[in-house]
Design a protein around this ligand. Structure first.
Ligand SMILES: Cc1cc2nc3c(=O)[nH]c(=O)nc-3n(C[C@H](O)[C@H](O)[C@H](O)COP(=O)(O)OP(=O)(O)OC[C@H]3O[C@@H](n4cnc5c(N)ncnc54)[C@H](O)[C@@H]3O)c2cc1C
Length: 485
């Protein structure tokens, strides 16, 4: 099957998966009020692959069939192909303003890195290398949408063993059958889980030698017997699109994934039983470059969105001439350029990796991961400072049609448009700067790479400090030899 359409994607979601929202099992994730907006937004991303102006950017010819398939599943044979993959990420991110972090290209590109490094998975069992290659081909040719659950429940990470109430929750292997490995337990916070075709599980937290039963990497369909996806409360489905233009369209949803004696078929197991191998996953597959390339491009697009909203607001409210506001817009514009500069530098310094494929510089892209968890919240703070009271004081759609509509129209008339147009802009800004949707976006940018402090510490540990140290050492002034009396 070549690149799917949005309609085909939505049809695939009606497969009997166990998804619950607000305590109730959902019949159809494509129509449930809390989920329908996110499903529709993802369908629109699939449709990009078929629109005349975007299909060439977002697809490439399948090495198997020659049919167009998603470009995020492509390996790069040259620097240009790597840059082309970056432009595909950009096209997808622009469709949502970078607000859907787990758009299908994110895990597609991680799977692609694993296919290139398939022999790594075969170290403990040669079948796993073949499984990985075959699974990548299956995902690419079937244009699968993935979510991943890699974090463990906080209780099992924070409370010392033996002191936590109840049995351990963390996902682990509990047996095997002729069909596959049996797993039970929970993984937390899989973004996009109710909308994925397939759920990927792999290790994130460094495992101790005794944690071998948690050293698992595998993929299962969302509609797997024994798998429940327990969603947080929905941010969308509370009103019309006019009043919550972002929350109603781009809530990608998060869920706890609970496995109750789920059988993972043997051909979907990629790693099993070795904590040491689990701990080497990122370092030895080179997956971070692929993941951070997509994430970096998306972060840059999102930076543009925040700046764009702030500058439109300043123009509409007549504040753009104020030096105080210009200072804030200048800082936001610098944020845009900083994020793009990192992406472009990482692409321009792309080189062949140990497997012979072109990858963007992970050291350069990692800098964006290290700083964006503080830059993005700062950008939202700047948006609040530009929008100020307008972010809470603006008319609803019903206000604009009710008895005081004329008054609202006069009161909110902006320098660049009607009262209604100004209100549209204030709604957009409010969703991102002060509402629950925007609060989750800030949390996402702070935490999607794990604890930001741990990320920066690891970045430092892997950073090549030699050049900087040589520069510093060259400027040292040796102490004068002791003067003898
Ligand atoms: C918006 C968003 C999207 C994410 N998407 C994904 C994803 O797609 N896939 C994925 O695997 N991960 C995802 N994550 C998780 C992310 O990797 C983690 O947030 C990050 O690693 C930090 O861990 P933590 O949130 O558990 O923080 P920690 O600081 O380790 O723990 C968080 C808090 O949990 C609370 N807590 C609740 N119950 C307990 C308990 N019983 N015992 C101890 N503490 C408890 C504590 O108060 C603690 O402060 C996402 C996170 C966010 C915020």
């Amino acid at each position: 099957m070549p690149a799917r359409t949005g309609k085909e994607f939505l049809e695939g979601l009606r497969d009997g998966r166990h998804v619950s929202v607000d305590g109730e099992v959902v019949d159809d994730v494509t129509t449930h009020p809390r989920l329908a907006g996110g499903a529709r937004a993802l369908a629109d991303l699939y449709d990009l692959q078929h629109r005349a102006e975007t299909s060439a950017l977002t697809t490439f010819p399948s090495p198997l069939s020659g049919e167009p398939v998603a470009r995020s599943y492509a390996l790069a044979r040259s620097q240009q192909e790597l840059i082309d993959r970056g432009r595909a990420f950009d096209t997808v991110a622009r469709a949502t303003g970078g607000l859907m972090g787990r758009s299908p290209d994110f895990l597609a590109t991680i799977l692609t890195s694993w296919a290139a490094a398939a022999d790594f998975f075969g170290r403990t069992d040669p079948r796993f290398a073949g499984n990985m290659r075959a699974y990548h081909e299956f995902a690419r040719e079937g244009d699968r949408c993935h979510s991943h659950a890699i974090s463990d429940p906080p209780r099992d990470r924070h409370v010392p063993a033996g002191e936590a109430p109840g049995p351990p929750l963390v996902l682990r292997e509990v047996g095997e059958t002729r069909e596959g490995v049996v797993v039970s337990g929970a993984k937390m916070l899989a973004t996009l889980a109710p909308f994925c075709d397939e759920l990927l599980i792999y290790p994130f937290r460094p495992l101790a030698p005794g944690d071998d039963d948690q050293a698992l990497a595998f993929a299962v369909p969302a509609a797997t017997p024994g798998l429940r996806l327990l969603c947080r409360d929905g941010l969308g489905g509370h009103g019309g699109r006019f009043d919550h233009p972002l929350a109603e369209r781009f809530d990608e949803m998060d869920a706890i994934c609970v496995f109750d004696e789920v059988v993972v078929p043997w051909d979907r197991v990629f790693m099993r039983g070795s904590a040491a191998q689990a701990n080497a996953l990122r370092r030895e597959t080179g997956m971070t470059s692929y993941a951070w390339h997509q994430a970096g491009v998306r972060a840059a697009v999102k930076a543009e969105l925040v700046f764009g909203i702030a500058s439109l607001l300043a123009d509409a409210g007549g504040k753009a001439a104020s030096p105080v506001i210009q200072d804030k817009l200048g800082e936001l514009a610098a944020y845009v350029e900083t994020t793009w500069a990192i992406v472009v530098a990482a692409e321009r310094t792309a080189a062949q990796d140990a497997f012979g494929w072109y990858v963007a510089s992970a050291q350069t892209l990692g800098a964006l991961g290290a700083v964006n968890s503080t830059l993005y919240p700062r950008a939202i703070e700047l948006l609040q400072l530009v929008g100020s009271s307008g972010l809470i004081m603006h008319p609803t759609e019903k206000d604009l049609e009710g008895g005081s509509a004329d008054y609202f129209e006069d009161y909110f008339r902006g320098r660049t448009g009607s009262g209604r147009e100004h209100a549209e802009l204030l709604k957009l800004a409010a969703d991102l700067a002060v509402h629950g949707f925007g609060g989750r976006q800030v949390l996402y940018e702070r935490f999607y790479l794990g604890q930001p402090e741990a990320f920066r510490a690891n970045y430092y540990k892997g950073y090549d400090a030699l050049r900087a140290q040589e520069l510093a050492r060259a400027l040292c002034v040796p102490s004068s030899p002791a003067v003898s009396a």
